[in-house]
Design a protein around this ligand. Structure first.
Ligand SMILES: Cc1cc2nc3c(=O)[nH]c(=O)nc-3n(C[C@H](O)[C@H](O)[C@H](O)COP(=O)(O)OP(=O)(O)OC[C@H]3O[C@@H](n4cnc5c(N)ncnc54)[C@H](O)[C@@H]3O)c2cc1C
Length: 332
C-alpha cells in the first residue's frame, strides 16, 4: 500500500467520504482512514443474525438542490435504486397519546441499511479501516498520522471529519486556536440504540414514532419497514440524552434489558431474544448548538480542512454537504 498522498482524510463517516470522493474526482491522491470496520460512521447498519438494523441515522432529508439531484439519480428499482422514500413524516407520542401529523417532505432511507449511503458516496475510494489514528504530527512540511497498529501515513494536506471532542483531542496542537475554540463550543449528546427481533410485528399503523416529553425514548422505528417486503419484524428505539447520560457506563446488556421492559409496557413489544444496546457516546449536537457554525473550514496556509455534520445542523444532509463544500473550496 502507498503510504503517502496529497490528502489524508481521517474519519470515513458521510462527511469524510463525501469530501474524499470529490477530491479523487478532481485528480487528487487521497488516503481515507477510519477506526471502524466499515464506512458510514453514525450512519451505521448492524447485523442482527441474518437481519440488518440501522442503529444510528434512521432516514435523511434533502433540502439542497445538488443533494436532491444526487439522490434522484439513485432512487427506485434496479442496481442504482438503493435509496427510496421511506416516509413523509411520523406521528408524535405526547402525554401518552399518539398525535397524527401531516407529512411534509420525503424522508429517504436505504433498503440494505443507512451505511449503504456512505458506500455509494465512497465508490472509487479504498478506505483503510479498522484502526484508529492515535497521533498526528507535522513533520518536514507534511502531516503524518500513526495508526494503533503502528502504520504511518503522510500527506501534504489533512482533512479531519471527526466529532468535535475527538477532533480536538487528536489534532488541537495542529489547529489555529480560533478553530479549537469554535469547535470546542459544540457538544454532542449521547444516545443508546436498543434493537431486537420481535416475536410478531406491532399492530400499529406507523413506521416511525417521534416522542416529546418521554423520559426514556425519543424515537422508535419498525426497522423492517425499511427492508425488502416480508422482512422479519425488528424494533429499534433511541433513548433520550438524559436517560442515556445516566447509564452511559452501565453494561449494554443491563441498559438493553431495562429499555426492553419499557418497550413491552409501552407498546406490548415482545422480543424473540434479548435485545441489544449500542452506545453512541457522541450522537447529535445538543439542542442549543447553532444550526450552522461560521468557520472557514479550509486553511490554505496550514492545508488543514474540517468537515462533519456538527458544522451544519447535525444531520446526514449536513454531513454530506459539509464534505462537498470543503472539497469545492480546496479545488476551486
Ligand atoms: C442515534 C442517532 C440517530 C440519528 N438519526 C438521524 C436521522 O434520523 N437523520 C439524520 O439526518 N441524521 C441522524 N443522525 C445524525 C447522523 O448520523 C450524522 O449527522 C452523520 O452520520 C454524521 O456524519 P459525519 O461524517 O459528520 O460524522 P461521523 O459519522 O461521526 O464520522 C466520523 C468518523 O470518524 C471515525 N473516527 C473517530 N475517531 C477516529 C480516529 N481516532 N481514527 C480514525 N477514525 C476515527 C468514526 O469511526 C466515524 O466513522 C443520527 C445520529 C445518531 C447517533
Amino acid at each position: 500500500m502507498d503510504l503517502t498522498s496529497d490528502f489524508l482524510v481521517i474519519g470515513a463517516g458521510l462527511g469524510g467520504v463525501a469530501a474524499a470522493s470529490r477530491l479523487v474526482a478532481s485528480g487528487q491522491k487521497v488516503i481515507i482512514v477510519d477506526k471502524a470496520r466499515g464506512v458510514g460512521g453514525r450512519a451505521a447498519t448492524k447485523r442482527l443474525g441474518d437481519l440488518r438494523v440501522d442503529t444510528g441515522a434512521q432516514f435523511f432529508t434533502t433540502r439542497d438542490a445538488e443533494l436532491t439531484a444526487w439522490v434522484a439519480s439513485r432512487l427506485g428499482a434496479g442496481a442504482r435504486g438503493e435509496i427510496f422514500e421511506w416516509a413523509r413524516g411520523f406521528p408524535l407520542w405526547k402525554d401518552g397519546q399518539i398525535v397524527q401529523r401531516d407529512g411534509t417532505h420525503p424522508r429517504y432511507a436505504c433498503r440494505s441499511g443507512m451505511s449503504q449511503l456512505a458506500k455509494l458516496l465512497a465508490s472509487g475510494l479504498e478506505p483503510v479501516l479498522g484502526q484508529p489514528v492515535i497521533s498526528l504530527e507535522r513533520w518536514s512540511g507534511r502531516y503524518r498520522a500513526t495508526l494503533a497498529d503502528g502504520t504511518t501515513f503522510e500527506a501534504t494536506s489533512l482533512i479531519l471529519n471527526l466529532p468535535p471532542v475527538q477532533l480536538v483531542a487528536l489534532a488541537a496542537p495542529l489547529l489555529d486556536p480560533s478553530w479549537t475554540e469554535a469547535i470546542s463550543d459544540v457538544h454532542l449528546e449521547p444516545c443508546f440504540a436498543i434493537y431486537g427481533e420481535l416475536e410478531s410485528d406491532l399492530q400499529v399503523d406507523w413506521m416511525g414514532l417521534e416522542f416529546e416529553g418521554h423520559a426514556t425514548f425519543r424515537w422508535i422505528a419498525r426497522d423492517h419497514t425499511r427492508r425488502a417486503p416480508g422482512a422479519r419484524p425488528v424494533l429499534l428505539a433511541h433513548t433520550t440524552a438524559l436517560w442515556s447520560q445516566e447509564r452511559l457506563e452501565d453494561s449494554p446488556d443491563a441498559v438493553a434489558a431495562e429499555a426492553a421492559r419499557e418497550l413491552e409496557r409501552l407498546l406490548g413489544a415482545r422480543f424473540r431474544s434479548a435485545p441489544q444496546a449500542h452506545r453512541w457516546r457522541y450522537a447529535r449536537p445538543t439542542a442549543d448548538a447553532p444550526q450552522k457554525i461560521s468557520l472557514e473550514t479550509w486553511s490554505a496556509a496550514t492545508r488543514i480542512g474540517v468537515c462533519g455534520d456538527w458544522l451544519r445542523g447535525g444531520r446526514v444532509e449536513g454531513a454530506i454537504l459539509s464534505g462537498w463544500d470543503l472539497a469545492r473550496q480546496i479545488t476551486r
